[in-house]
Design a protein around this ligand. Structure first.
Ligand code: DI6
Ligand code: FE
Length: 410
């Protein structure tokens, strides 16, 4: 038999995440791939032949934990500037909503993002993506939404694509046209929404700049009827939708997203039972964002028990953004999902792999099984629960994206 695989890792402690529940734990496992696609993931003693003849390159990882690459399915990591000043204001007693209503918040990042050249925006944003990647993330969703004019929205989406190309990881882009009302439309709300639906969405779709569409459905942002109109326009163009839903108040966002066969409804702190039911029926993923819950010192938890009972898949993401979640570690989001939301480590790890892939509509990743992309991480640990347990520091020792090993120092 010819050595037909490119690479084979032996002596792996595998968490394949394959199967409906659990880690897919296999001691003394092996993972092999060819042309960037997994050819084998399972017990070493069930390999189809003597390992020596199976692959060009064969290595032992000495019992290290090996998992699929992590998937961060909700980030806003392309933006100009920072909002450390608002963090200080909040600690002096100002609320997030009050700062937003006074023209700060999202609009302050809109000003700095508009002012940045494309190269500058790339240079400012790249290190944030690198921070995620260094600790095991091989697929990143990145949203626009800090431009609020077509030119800057497109600039953000181009920068997102450039980050993926530079780092060799998959970037999925989301157009977040309804994030905040731009100041120049303060007196013309309906005109803004009409322009986004009738002109911007078709332009973004035409240039193939976005894989999906998102909105911020909230008292300080956009109302359910406005989002509905926007989702209708997106679906007509064949774009899938997702929603910032029920974070600060219950506006029925979970059911709204589900009604459009939404890929995901994200946040959900204030979602009610009927929203959860609608998500279960539609197969909409619940994306939990403990970073913003933590940074805003929220106290109302997402309805975890109801999500579990109805079998709604739960994902976990960073929500990396300058206002409410300056969190540059998906592993820390996993830890926070356990500590703050009481997910089990197993649920949280599934949430950052297989369920996060599903939240992006991707079925070729998120688990180690034959035919999946060879996005593979070797960790400096042996137990899957350690991914949720250790706080701080990067634990990934080797990362393969589509079968190619990444240089972690870049
Ligand atoms: N995601 C968002 O888009 C908003 N909150 C969230 O969790 C606002 C982000 C921001 O303040 O910049
Ligand atoms: Fe967000």
């Amino acid at each position: 038999m010819d050595a037909s695989w490119d690479h084979l890792l032996l002596d792996c402690t595998l968490a394949t995440l394959d199967g409906e529940t659990g880690y897919g734990f296999i001691e003394n496992g092996a993972v092999g791939w060819r042309n960037g696609v997994i050819a084998y993931a399972g017990p070493a003693d069930a390999l189809p032949a003597n390992p020596k003849v199976l692959a060009e390159r064969i290595e032992s990882v000495d019992g290290a934990l090996v998992t699929p690459g992590l998937v961060d399915c909700h980030t806003h990591l392309v933006f100009g500037g920072d909002r450390a000043g608002e963090f200080e204001m909040r600690l002096h007693g100002e609320s997030y909503e009050a700062i937003a209503r006074a023209g700060g918040g999202i609009l302050s990042t809109v000003r700095t993002t508009r002012a940045a050249t494309e190269d500058d925006l790339f240079a400012q944003s790249l290190p944030r993506a690198q921070a995620l990647v260094r600790d095991g993330v091989t697929t990143i969703e990145i949203k626009s939404g800090y431009g609020l004019d077509l030119e800057t929205e497109m600039k953000m989406l181009r920068v997102a694509h450039r980050i993926g190309a530079r780092l060799g990881v998959t970037v999925r882009t989301t157009f977040l046209g309804l994030h905040a009302l731009p100041p120049e439309f303060a007196e013309h709300r309906d005109d803004y929404i009409a322009m986004v639906c009738e002109e911007w969405l078709p332009a973004v779709a035409e240039e193939k700049l976005a894989d999906a569409v998102d909105a911020f459905c909230e008292g300080i942002a956009f109302a359910p009827d406005e989002v509905r109109h926007y989702f209708e326009a997106a679906r007509k163009l064949g774009l899938r939708v997702k929603l910032h839903a029920d974070q600060l108040s219950d506006l029925g966002g979970a059911a709204l997203a589900a009604g459009f066969e939404g890929l995901s409804a994200d946040h959900l702190e204030c979602a009610d039972e009927s929203g959860v039911e609608a998500m279960a029926r539609a197969g909409t993923v619940a994306v939990l964002l403990p970073g913003s819950f933590y940074a805003l010192r929220e106290t109302r938890m997402p309805p975890i028990m109801a999500l579990r009972q109805r079998g709604v898949p739960m994902a976990v993401a960073t929500d990396l953004n300058p206002g409410t979640s300056p969190l540059r570690s998906l592993r820390l989001a996993i830890n926070m999902a356990c500590t703050l939301f009481r997910l089990t480590p197993e649920e949280a790890v599934r949430g950052a792999t297989v369920n996060a892939a599903r939240a992006l509509g991707l079925h070729d990743r998120g688990k180690l099984s034959v035919g999946q992309r060879a996005d593979v991480v070797v960790w400096k640990t042996r137990k899957p629960a350690e991914l949720a347990y250790w706080i701080g520091d990067a634990l990934a020792s080797r990362i393969f994206a589509g079968g190619a090993e990444m240089q972690l120092r870049t």
